[in-house]
Design a protein around this ligand. Structure first.
Ligand code: ZN
Length: 257
């Protein structure tokens, strides 16, 4: 079948108009969820994270919404968000959790920080343990301390432009048993360097694989263990990592598969 030139020209014009009207009426949106009735060090991180990511979103022409209402996860509105951030908490009701499962299984994006990945026998959410790649919270150091982190050498957009090793500002580091690294679908992008052991004073981590940033490649997701206190955004190198992580999930460069 052959189309006349005017017909093709009109078609192109309509396509361009459609493209522009869509981008004009539907900016890429991101939702950051947080709680204020949780550990104060986590609230401080959430406050700093909202300032950091909303400024980055503004530069990138991304609409950034922040809400303390986790029921957003069970509403129809969640579909309009390209990515959801959990800053200092996780959903607690079955309806919120179900909404999140449907959102992620439909291709949604997720960035979770620190306590957002917390799970144990008390949280009763096996889907989420599987989503995290099978990682179960085991222990942490105390007090919060800086740590040397090793960066994976892959070409992943999250770590491509980072040094192979850097010192991360004070954080409460979580260790997981089993480690998510045991799951072939998980890619660990940043891990604690073993030279940090023993890590802690009151609660001491002595040894073991401690992944800090990873993705379960079945989803457009990244978990980052940083998120305790108000010092997290004080390292330019780590800020680059956090920026890369945000943009890689929001622009959907993490191809599920
Ligand atoms: Zn903490």
């Amino acid at each position: 079948m052959r189309f006349s030139r005017p017909f093709v020209a009109a078609l192109i014009l309509i396509s361009i108009k459609l493209l522009f009207s869509q981008s004009a009426s539907q900016p890429v949106r991101v939702l950051a969820l947080y709680s204020t009735n949780v550990e104060s060090d986590h609230v401080e991180f959430a406050r700093a994270a909202i300032a950091f990511f909303s400024s980055l979103a503004h530069q990138e022409k991304i609409q950034f919404d922040a809400s303390a209402n986790w029921d957003e996860l069970e509403s129809d509105r969640v579909k309009r968000y390209k990515a959801i951030l959990w800053l200092d908490d996780f959903p607690h009701t079955p309806a919120q959790r179900h909404g999140f499962e449907v959102y992620m299984q439909s291709g949604g994006g997720w960035l979770g920080f620190h306590i957002a990945g917390y799970n144990d026998e008390e949280t009763h959410w096996p889907w989420f343990v599987n989503f995290l790649g099978g990682a179960v919270f085991y222990s942490n150091n105390w007090p919060p301390l800086p740590a040397t982190l090793d960066v994976d050498e892959s070409a992943d957009p999250v770590v491509r432009n980072l040094p192979r090793r850097f010192v991360s500002p004070p954080n409460e580091w979580y260790i997981w048993k089993p480690s998510p690294r045991l799951n072939p679908k998980v890619r660990v992008l940043v891990a604690l360097d073993p030279s940090n052991y023993p890590l802690g004073l009151k609660d001491v981590l002595l040894s073991g694989d401690l992944p800090v940033v990873w993705t379960n490649t079945n989803y457009n997701m990244l978990y980052l263990n940083m998120g305790h206190g108000d010092k997290i955004f004080t390292s330019p190198t780590q800020n680059l990592l956090l920026r890369n992580a945000f943009l890689s999930v929001v622009w959907g460069r993490r191809k599920p598969g």
